[in-house]
Ligand binder design. Structure first.
Ligand SMILES: C[S@@+](CC[C@H](N)C(=O)[O-])C[C@H]1O[C@@H](n2cnc3c(N)ncnc32)[C@H](O)[C@@H]1O
Length: 342
């Protein structure tokens, strides 16, 4: 193989590629900042590396070197022997709105890191290597490793908050009394919809690892009187409802699996009911945007894929639904609402 003579890489290309291939340094450094609660420690003002090392029972010399790398990345600044927080570091604070702390930790935890390390094998084999690496699928792994499962639940919720804010006002709840958030993690979506419409009753259907988080979230929001967390498997059954929320669910699964989930929804749906799907809608391959990167997460971790609108329409039609509304949210997300096709 030789480098194309018509389009040789420039010095800038080499610099860009160096940033790309060392990207995992940045990923791991960010996660270690989160693990060591650096954002929380620096919230009250600048500290020395030794101060933080004492608080975290860490090695002071290594903590200094970590924080110095954080200066390079713009996470902290350094003056007079002390490190100070930047606004960028604030994104890793657990109490920041849309915090990225849990995501930084969840994507570097063994459940994600291991299958991603086998990405080349996945592409060669045409199948995620998660089972080969973890000994089971990711969701079973989360059930067996409850702490990492709970961390993942927090991470997807944090990531979801801006999308939920945009999705809630656009969802048509005419005639809806009961809502089931299918694979709803801690229930942030259905609880937000219920907060906007106080007549609604809601439930989350989830695997065992996420049920406690859903119950706790309803309790925190003082909404337990209108809410229940149901343990179950959406491939077997979904509880009856007027509206099903399917947010970031279909992208986890192949078409055959999606059809099982959608058909279970169709079977349990109250007459006149509908589904609201919140997903990335992929653009053309000429300009696929960030959705194509999330698609690699599906490829590495699961049997799923991100889809174009026509692919959602085809799935819905095959499961007996018809799309009735499409609302684009912040790119690349959209709400796809559908009714049973008579
Ligand atoms: C990508 S997360 C999306 C969570 C949530 N809907 C959101 O948007 O934040 C997928 C969720 O599906 C749940 N899940 C996976 N398999 C399931 C199954 N067979 N039955 C019920 N829930 C399942 C997982 O526990 C996880 O919380």
């Amino acid at each position: 193989m030789s480098v194309s003579v018509e389009n040789p890489p420039t010095a800038e290309d080499f610099a860009t590629m160096l940033t790309m291939v060392s990207g995992f340094f940045v990923t791991r450094i960010s996660a270690t900042f989160a693990d060591l609660n650096v954002a929380e420690h620096l919230a009250a003002g600048p500290l020395t590396a030794a101060d933080i090392a004492v608080k975290e029972a860490a090695d002071p010399g290594y903590t200094f070197r970590l924080l110095r790398a954080g200066v390079t990345l713009g996470l902290v600044t350094y003056a007079d022997g002390r490190f100070a927080s930047t606004s960028l570091l604030g994104t890793l604070r657990a109490d920041a709105p849309n915090s990225l702390r849990h995501l930084a930790q969840a994507w570097t935890a063994p459940g994600h890191w291991g299958p991603w390390a086998a990405l080349t094998d996945a592409v060669r084999a045409g199948a995620s290597q998660a089972e080969a690496v973890l000994g089971c699928g990711i969701f079973e792994y989360f059930t067996k490793n409850a702490d990492e499962g709970a961390l993942f639940t927090k991470a997807v919720t944090d990531l979801s908050i801006p999308v939920i804010k945009e999705a809630v006002p656009v969802i048509d709840i005419t005639g809806v009394r009961t809502v089931a958030d299918v694979g709803g993690a801690d229930g942030a979506f259905v609880l937000s919809l219920m907060a906007a419409h106080t007549s609604l009753r809601g439930t989350v259907l989830e695997l065992p690892h996420a049920v406690p988080a859903a119950a706790a979230e309803a309790d925190k929001r003082r909404m337990t009187d209108r809410f229940s967390a149901t343990e179950g498997n959406f491939f077997e059954y979904v509880p009856p409802a007027d509206l099903y929320l399917l947010k970031y669910i279909l992208h986890d699964w192949n078409d055959e699996d999606c059809l099982k989930i959608l058909r279970n929804c169709r079977q349990s749906l109250h007459p006149g009911g509908r589904v609201a799907i919140v997903e990335i809608v992929l653009g053309e391959a000429t300009d696929p945007g960030i959705g194509a990167l999330m698609d690699m997460n599906m490829l590495a971790m699961l049997r799923g894929r991100e889809r174009e609108l026509a692919e959602f329409d085809a799935l819905l039609a095959e499961a007996g639904f018809r799309r009735t509304k499409l609302t684009h949210l912040q790119a690349p997300y959209a709400v796809i609402e559908a009714r049973v096709d008579k």
